[in-house]
Write a protein that binds this ligand. Structure first.
Ligand SMILES: Nc1ncnc2c1ncn2[C@@H]1O[C@H](COP(=O)(O)OP(=O)(O)OP(=O)(O)O)[C@@H](O)[C@H]1O
Ligand SMILES: [Mg+2]
Length: 274
C-alpha cells in the first residue's frame, strides 16, 4: 500500500485526517466507534478529550498510539505515518497496568529492557524518571506496597522514561480520590512543562478539563465525531474558582449533556436486544 506525501507541516505532533474506526469491520459484530475525525495537535499542546462513555475516546488514543489501525483515514505524528507503536508516543492506559512481580524501577524501565539496554542504564533512567514524579525513594518497592496515587505516578514515570514527544493519557486519575486527583493534576502540569511533550488526556470530569486543557475536544455520542473544540486561554496557574472557569464548566456541561443522554439511550437499547 502506498501513501501520498503528507501535505501538512511535519512539525505537527499529531495529525488525524478522516479517521473512522469500525471494530470487527465486515463481520456481524461490526461496531462503528469513530467517524470523520480531523484533528491537529501542535508540539507541546495540552489537549483534553471529553465525551460520553463509549464514544470512542480510548479508541482514538489507541489509533494515535499505533496499537490499532483506523478503518478510514490516516494518522501522522511529526510527519511520519503512524502504523505501529513508537517510543515517541507513550500511552498510559485507563487501568493501571504495572507488573506486580517487578519492582518499581523495573516497571519504569521496562520499555528500555525490551530495547536491550543494560541493567545499569535502565536503573539510571528509572531513577531520573522517578525523581520527576517524586518517587525515587520507592524505586525498590513493589507496586502492591504503593497507594493508588503512587501507582499512577509510577505509570507516568514509565511513560516519561521513554522520553516521548506525545503522551497519551486515558483517564489516568479516574480511580483516585478528589484530593489526590487535584495533586496529580498539578504534578502533571509540572511534568508537561518540563518535558515539552504534547499531552492528549481523556477524562469524564469537566473540572479536570478546565484545570488542564489548552483545548478541549468535545466528542458526540457513538460513533464519536468531534462536536466542537473549546480553547481555554485562562492563565496558569489557574484559579478554578474564577468566574471565567465557572463559565467554562457551564459551557462544557451543556455541550456534553445531550450527548450523554443519547449515549445512555443507545446503551439501554443495546441492552434490551442483547
Ligand atoms: N476491542 C474492541 N472490540 C470491539 N468493540 C470495542 C472494542 N473496544 C471498544 N469497543 C467499542 O467501541 C466503542 C468505543 O469504545 P471506547 O472504549 O473507545 O469508548 P470511550 O469513549 O473510551 O468510553 P469510556 O469513556 O467508557 O472509556 C464502544 O461502543 C465499545 O463498546
Ligand atoms: Mg475509554
Amino acid at each position: 500500500m502506498s501513501f501520498e506525501a503528507p501535505h501538512f507541516s511535519s512539525r505537527d505532533a499529531v495529525v488525524c485526517r478522516g479517521i473512522g474506526k469500525t471494530w470487527a469491520a465486515g463481520t456481524k459484530r461490526a461496531h462503528e466507534a469513530l467517524r470523520d475525525v480531523d484533528l491537529d495537535i501542535a508540539p507541546g499542546e495540552f489537549v483534553v478529550f471529553l465525551g460520553p462513555s463509549g464514544c470512542g475516546k480510548s479508541t482514538l488514543l489507541y489509533l494515535i498510539a499505533g496499537l490499532e489501525e483506523a478503518t478510514e483515514g490516516l494518522v501522522w505524528s511529526f510527519g511520519d505515518l503512524v502504523e505501529t507503536p513508537s517510543p515517541q508516543r507513550s500511552l498510559i492506559f485507563q487501568e493501571t497496568s504495572l507488573f506486580p512481580w517487578l519492582t518499581v524501577w523495573q516497571n519504569v524501565s521496562f520499555g528500555l529492557a525490551i530495547r536491550g539496554a543494560s541493567q545499569q542504564e535502565r536503573r539510571a533512567v528509572a531513577a531520573e524518571a522517578l525523581q520527576r514524579v517524586g518517587l525515587k525513594a520507592a524505586m525498590d518497592k513493589r507496586p502492591d506496597e504503593l497507594s493508588g496515587g503512587m501507582r499512577q505516578r509510577v505509570a507516568v514515570a514509565r511513560a516519561l522514561a521513554m522520553r516521548p514527544k506525545v503522551l497519551l493519557m486515558d483517564e489516568p486519575f479516574a480511580a483516585l480520590d478528589v484530593q489526590t486527583r487535584a495533586r496529580m493534576q498539578d504534578f502533571l502540569l509540572d511534568v508537561w512543562r518540563d518535558s515539552g511533550a504534547s499531552v492528549l488526556f481523556v477524562t469524564h470530569h469537566i473540572d479536570e478539563a478546565v484545570a488542564l486543557a489548552g483545548r478541549v475536544v468535545v466528542f458526540t455520542s457513538r460513533p464519536g465525531r468531534i462536536k466542537t473544540i473549546v480553547p481555554i486561554t485562562l492563565p496558569r496557574p489557574r484559579n478554578l474558582f474564577s468566574r471565567e472557569a465557572e463559565a467554562l464548566r457551564i459551557q462544557l456541561t451543556e455541550l456534553l449533556r445531550d450527548e450523554v443522554d443519547r449515549a445512555f439511550a443507545e446503551q439501554e437499547a443495546m441492552g434490551a436486544t442483547a
